[in-house]
Design a protein around this ligand. Structure first.
Ligand code: TXA
Ligand code: MG
Length: 301
């Protein structure tokens, strides 16, 4: 998808005036506002219907801009950012006082990521702003990975929306805590704890997820309207996401590679949302598909 300079200029004006813009990222679509403007950030919470206890991720062009938002930039942050930015990795660090409390939901830490999508980067560059952006879904609903999957009600509540085509990664970024010793994954994504340990040169031990440390990582999340059941093998007559080839008339064939699967997952779930189906079976992927299993478990919770 081409970056249209006219649209980037218009979106920049909207953001500089304190407006809210839907932007494509390589993971999922986001709902962006000036991270340093509490009124603008407030509009994001309202548009999403999100409780103000859930902190937002602040998006930056790169390391230099990230350093302006946190009081410490440890060696491990430098290494991880150099290895994975721009890309689907979010780092949690101690925040500076200049970052408004509403952006981080009153926490003393801030989540920072440098996105890879060229439209988002063009916007960061043109505006010079740090952009707070949660996923562009209504609270507890599916994150959109295609422009056509954006909720119409949500679109009415924002000032502008940029179409960036389909999101390549398809699930939200890996969130890594750098404030409590070795880097720990708080929300799994396509960048794994093992890859992080390899770059960090230290290991956090077992992957863990502690809800008290990741506010907003609610159990039921990423939820479609129908009931989802994780199964070993889908029945032949069920509406089902199957691994590999379809065996029934209502089976949807999913890739057997984790990244390819992740890239399609939300689009397929959103498509099914529109059919009015009541129950969808999903064949359980292998145990080592940590990020995909996390999203599937939340969809079934
Ligand atoms: O891929 C993504 O990360 C997308 C795109 C738009 O960048 N964004 C996204 O944002 O998924 P959101 O708001 O839907 O999820 C943010 C996650 C939540 O789980 C939240 O709890 C965590 O990041 N988070 C944000 N700030 C935090 C902080 N200071 N400490 C701990 N967790 C934090
Ligand atoms: Mg979200």
């Amino acid at each position: 998808m081409k970056t249209d300079p006219v649209l980037i200029r218009r979106a920049t004006e909207v953001l500089q005036r304190g407006g809210v813009v839907v932007v494509p990222t390589e993971t999922v679509y986001g709902l962006a506002a000036n991270a340093m403007d509490p009124t603008a950030v407030g509009k994001v919470f309202v548009a999403k219907g999100r409780p103000d206890t859930n902190p937002l991720i602040v998006h930056v062009l790169g390391i230099k801009q990230a350093q302006e938002l946190c009081i410490e930039w440890p060696e491990v942050a430098q290494r991880l950012a150099q290895a994975f930015w721009p890309g689907p990795l979010t780092l949690i660090l101690p925040k500076r006082d200049a970052v408004p409390a509403i952006t981080t939901a009153g926490l003393s830490t801030i989540a920072i990521r440098s996105p890879r999508h060229q439209i988002f980067r063009a916007l960061l560059e043109a505006s010079g702003l740090a952009l707070a952006a949660p996923s562009a879904n209504l609270y507890t609903r599916l994150s959109p990975t295609r422009f056509e999957d954006l909720d119409q009600e949500l679109l009415r509540r924002v000032d502008m929306a940029l179409d960036g085509g389909d999101c390549e990664v398809g699930i939200e970024s890996t969130v890594v805590d750098l404030c409590h010793g070795s880097p720990k994954v708080m929300r799994p994504g396509v960048i794994t704890q093992e890859e992080i340990d390899a770059v960090a040169g230290e290991s956090a031990g077992l992957y863990w997820q502690d809800e008290s440390r990741s506010p907003g990582a609610a159990k039921r999340h990423y939820a479609p309207k129908y009931q989802v059941r994780l199964v070993k093998r889908a029945s032949d007559d069920a509406v089902a996401l199957v691994l590999g080839e379809a065996r029934g008339p209502k089976h949807i064939s999913m890739p057997e590679d984790e990244q390819a699967y992740a890239s399609r997952l939300y689009a397929v779930l959103a498509e099914l949302d529109r059919t009015g189906v009541n129950l969808v079976e999903i064949e359980r992927p292998p145990d080592n598909w940590t990020a995909v299993l996390d999203r599937l478990n939340r969809a079934t919770a």
